[in-house]
Write a protein that binds this ligand. Structure first.
Ligand code: 13P
Length: 261
């Protein structure tokens, strides 16, 4: 791979915080990222819980960071109790959305067909999508990781127009590394990123696969980010727990921006 892709760091706040602490964190992240010549060097995005999107969006102003949502409905507006449409996210100026996070794919058993429809809904609604894939511990230990990742990428992207790929970040999040403190070894993460790009190359072509951003998620911290991001295959991170502290999130963003230095 020649020129590094533009780094991406997402802060997935999951189901944490309250209104006041979410706004405070947004203000602190905004201040931390604005104080450094960072914003131009990477896409930094925070993903607050739905009820706080508007307040966090106001606190961020024009950013950085940018604003995203943790999920969206695969349908347009209508009789879908409890769901949130792409149009509603657009109203709140959320420009990014996570699709297929393991806590939904595995935790809520969302089927691959639904995740595919959510991805298409996001991309055709002018939202940028972070599409998550990742194997379970049992799948890794039985030597199935490559096959599982290929299946998840194929089912997500089959039929997706190649022109939409510039609006996608893929997140490799091995299920066993999420929230466990057990970060994937950079060699294993790089290997998984190569597998993901090889499936993208089959679906599209090698050039497009190389230009598509793939980031790592699963117990990323300020201490391990630089080593992970030093690998040419790893374009940044999707961060859970460590994104709940502004200074830690900013340090991870700095490590990602250093890829371009
Ligand atoms: P942790 O960083 O808390 O392991 O969470 C990773 C994740 O799921 C980000 O989406």
């Amino acid at each position: 791979m020649n020129h590094p892709n533009r780094p991406f760091v997402g802060g997935n706040w999951k189901m944490n915080l309250r209104l006041a602490s979410a706004v405070e964190l947004a203000e602190d992240v905004h201040a931390a990222l604005s104080n450094q010549p960072l914003a131009a060097d990477l896409d930094a995005v925070v993903f607050p819980p739905y009820p706080y999107l508007q307040a966090v969006g106001r606190a961020l102003g024009h950013g950085p960071p940018q604003l995203g949502a943790q999920d969206l409905a695969d349908h347009e507006d209508g009789a879908f109790t409890g769901q949130v449409s792409a149009g509603m996210l657009d109203d709140l100026d959320a420009r990014w959305v996570i699709v297929g996070h393991s806590e939904r794919r595995h935790g809520l058993e969302e089927p691959e067909s639904v995740l595919h429809r959510k991805l298409v809904r996001a991309l055709t609604s002018d939202l940028k999508a972070v599409f998550c894939v990742g194997e379970t511990l049992a799948e890794r230990e039985s030597g199935m990781a490559e096959e599982v990742l290929a299946r998840q990428v194929r089912s997500g992207f089959s039929g997706v127009d190649q022109g939409l790929l510039a609006s996608v970040v893929l997140a490799y999040e091995p299920v066993w590394a999420i929230g466990t403190g057990r970060t994937a070894h950079p060699d294993d993460a790089s290997q998984a990123h190569r597998w993901i790009r090889s499936t993208l190359a089959d679906l599209y072509d090698a050039e497009l696969a190389a230009a598509t951003r793939v980031v790592y998620g699963g117990s990323v911290t300020a201490a391990n980010a630089a080593e992970l991001f030093s690998r040419p295959e790893i374009d940044g991170g999707l961060v859970g727990g460590a994104s709940l502290k502004a200074e830690t999130f900013a340090a991870i963003c700095r490590a990602a921006a250093a890829r371009l230095a």
